[in-house]
Design a protein around this ligand. Structure first.
Ligand SMILES: [Zn+2]
Length: 59
């Protein structure tokens, strides 16, 4: 995993979270529902990055 730096506090310790259920990203142009993952700064809680696990399935 690439080293991420929090743009808010400069922290480099990240925790990864996943959003599922109602908030999962789904069905634009027939996407299968995918969970949205977050890398969150462990120091201040800022979401530094959000992404889906399988971007190749979006095409
Ligand atoms: Zn931070």
């Amino acid at each position: 995993m690439k080293n991420l730096v929090c743009t808010y506090c400069g922290g480099t310790e990240m925790v990864r979270g996943v959003q599922t259920g109602y908030a999962s990203i789904t069905k634009i142009k027939g996407w299968r529902g995918q969970s949205l993952y977050y890398d969150i700064c462990a120091n201040c809680g800022t979401v530094v990055r959000s992404f889906v696990e399988n971007p190749e399935k979006l095409r």
